[in-house]
Design a protein around this ligand. Structure first.
Ligand code: DGY
Length: 322
């Protein structure tokens, strides 16, 4: 008998077909989000799960799923998974690193340019039939070229964002828990600075840290107060790293010039203040969503699940935090 697995959300057919060669698969191609209760019932008899960041995998759930051996997330981020609880119960957890760096970096640039040059605001104006002709002072934006780009979190995505900044002849500064090697700094044309210097000097500050208790509200009112009032804040990493209420207040007061956000605290709910502001560009957590990349993410997660349940050694096994 093949092991039983659950695929919690809709996936591409090639991933489903691949899983079907190894497992008795319960898919969710209707893509209905599962409440914790529904998920627990659906997983009660399963050995494996292909999950997304919408499902919370915690001790309360694991306690109801005694047969579960592996949870394979279709995401590089895994803040929806309690790794300690998984480890304690002998459940393997995996993510999808490496396959989405470039697409996420591309999209970060889409947010930078759209926010600095007010692209969505100008388009909405035009679509609303308000454009009566060229004006010298219309939609004056902020120049990206030759500006100072600050990168908070210099992992794979942060580095990919930095490399793209060369084309705009920018000064690139970064802050990270650990300073990178001189070789990587050189290849990214990026200089390491303290958090305070990053906040004070960045014209555009882009966030690329994972979300964890250590990064919760890493950018709050205190940090925003240290930034230039002309600065733009970008987040295509994880909600919760920025204090959304503090950001709304800073944007309203003119303490920051704008923000480009793909991720939010408590998503899919948004802080209502964002919707009233014209100087924010808002997108629904799609930074990695090119067709090729999302296909690769789903396939890598499926490969992790097959390896986990057949060899016990998935390529992207996550270890619990020390
Ligand atoms: C990730 O991989 O963590 C992305 O946020 C998913 O879109």
């Amino acid at each position: 008998m093949k092991p039983k697995i659950l695929v919690t959300r809709e996936v591409f057919s090639e991933a489903l077909n691949f899983l079907g060669q190894h497992f008795d698969v319960t898919p969710n191609q209707a893509d209905t989000p599962m409440s914790p209760e529904v998920l627990a019932t659906a997983l009660a008899d399963m050995e494996g799960a292909l999950t997304t960041l919408s499902e919370r995998i915690d001790e309360a759930l694991l306690a109801k799923c005694p047969k579960l051996k592996a949870v394979c997330n279709i995401a590089v981020g895994y803040n929806n998974i309690d790794l300690k609880a998984c480890h304690a119960r002998g459940v393997m957890a995996t993510n999808t690193p490496g396959v989405l760096d470039d697409s996420t970096a591309d999209f970060t640039w889409a947010l930078i340019l759209a926010t600095a040059r007010r692209v969505t605001e100008a388009e909405q104006y035009l679509r609303a039939g308000k454009w009566t002709g060229w004006k010298l002072k219309q939609f004056l934006g902020t120049d990206v070229h030759h500006a100072t780009l600050g990168i908070l979190g210099m992992g794979r995505v942060g580095q990919a964002v930095a490399r793209r900044a060369r084309g705009f002849e920018m000064t690139v500064l970064y802050h990270n828990t650990r300073r990178l090697s001189a070789e990587i700094e050189k290849s990214c044309h990026a200089a390491y600075v303290s958090m305070d210097e990053l906040l004070a000097r960045a014209d555009i500050l882009t966030v690329h840290t994972p979300y964890s208790p250590a990064t919760h509200h890493l950018l709050g009112a205190t940090q925003m107060a240290k930034m230039k009032s002309t600065a733009i804040l970008i987040n295509a990493a994880r909600g919760g790293v920025i204090d959304d209420a503090a950001l709304v207040a800073a944007l309203k007061q003119g303490a920051l010039a704008g923000a480009g956000l793909d991720v939010f605290e408590n998503e899919p709910s948004l802080h209502p203040g964002f919707l009233k502001l014209s100087n924010v560009v808002l997108t629904p957590h799609v930074a990695s969503s090119s067709e090729a990349t999302r296909r690769r993410m789903a396939m890598l997660a499926a490969e992790n699940l097959v390896a986990a349940l057949t060899t016990g050694k998935p390529p992207n096994l996550l270890h619990p935090p020390v």
